[in-house]
Design a protein around this ligand. Structure first.
Ligand SMILES: [Ca+2]
Length: 346
């Protein structure tokens, strides 16, 4: 109600601003308007790499869907992280095939920490990664380094899981920190899981705190969505139903995976997949890769502790953190619109 009743006021303010500026616009001629239009059409897509622990929590699958549906991005590479290397690479490759995006290379991540398959294994049980029509890099860490170092423009590295690959990449080639900006779903600054007032040792940090410390002290620009913002996003009602019932290949692949995943979750009811999503943490990091309009960003010194907390410490590296929503409903609307809408023209 608030948003709809605010619109006429905004319209009135807009008309007033227009009225005040029309005479001036007349004097300075139409040239600036032309320039603005030209600028809009020449905006280059953002070169982006996604580093993901897809196949554990289901939100990575949603996040990859949002990435593929966002025209702001030129997706250069998708790499599995946090072990289970073959399983994650197969999930990524099959999703890219479903999306008709086999132009995007798949990177096999380091086979460290977690091993084997996971809750979405049934979705790829007959899938052969060797038959992926696009490129598969068996050394995903090197592929991350090469993609960043060979790009003429700064690459946006979106990380939505624990980060052993990224720590290894920084060890092998520290210069990647000068040529990439990091956007991650990490930590808990003032809120914990479920909006709790107690901060949490957030999973992506806690699962490999050493790797996270390496990444959170590298000299790159860092932007994160901690639990404070990403931990609140759940689609339900009409918003969820629109994705659930969509015939779009990406939306339907997400829902197929969600139904398989939830069958393998002991603490969830499979019927939940008829009415609501799980918490879609990682989708917010993808959003921050191209826009920050709907969140409040604070620049804070953030220290990663050995036990997996992200504590505010003014002496630590400055990190840009999305600590509050300005309009979470508008983000949910955007997510639904993109997942169910057409794929961007390339
Ligand atoms: Ca994840």
């Amino acid at each position: 109600m608030k948003r709809t009743s605010a619109l006429p006021i905004l319209l009135r303010v807009g008309l007033w601003v227009l009225a005040m500026h029309v005479p001036m616009a007349g004097i300075v001629s139409a040239a600036p308007a032309k320039k603005t239009r030209a600028k809009k059409t020449t905006v280059k897509p953002i070169p982006v790499i996604l580093d993901t622990d897809i196949g554990d929590d289901i939100d990575d699958t949603w996040a990859l869907g949002l990435l593929l549906k966002s025209p702001e991005f030129d997706v250069k590479l998708v790499v599995g992280d946090q072990g289970k290397a073959a399983y994650r690479a197969a999930l990524i490759a099959k999703l890219l095939e479903r999306a008709g995006r086999t132009d995007i290379p798949v990177g096999v991540g380091l086979d460290v920490n977690a091993k084997g398959g996971g809750r979405q294994s049934d979705w790829i049980k007959d899938y052969d990664l060797k038959k992926y029509p696009g490129k598969v890099y068996s050394d995903g860490v090197q592929a991350i380094i090469d993609t960043i170092m060979q790009s003429p423009e700064r690459v946006t590295l979106i990380c939505i899981g624990p980060v052993p690959n990224i720590a290894a990449a920084l060890e092998r080639e520290p210069k990647i920190a000068e040529r990439a900006r990091f956007v991650g779903m990490h930590g808990s600054v003032r809120r914990g899981y479920g909006g709790s007032k107690d901060i949490s040792a957030e999973y992506n940090v806690r699962a490999d705190a050493k790797a996270c410390q390496k990444v959170f002290t590298a000299p790159w620009e860092m932007t994160i969505t901690p639990l404070d913002t990403c931990g609140l996003v759940v689609l339900q009602g009409e918003k969820y139903a629109a994705v659930r019932d969509s015939k779009d290949p990406i939306a339907s692949a997400i829902i197929e995976n969600y139904r398989i995943w939830i069958q393998n979750m002991k603490d969830r009811k499979p019927g939940d997949a008829d009415v609501r999503s799980s918490v879609l943490f990682d989708t917010v990091a993808v959003y921050l890769g191209f826009s920050e309009d709907l969140v409040k960003i604070e620049t804070l010194g953030i220290r990663v502790t050995d036990d997996g907390y992200t504590r505010i410490d003014p002496t630590a590296k400055q990190v840009r953190a999305a600590t509050e929503w300005k309009d979470m409903g508008a983000f949910e609307d955007l997510l639904v619109k993109r997942l169910t809408g057409p794929s961007p023209k390339r």
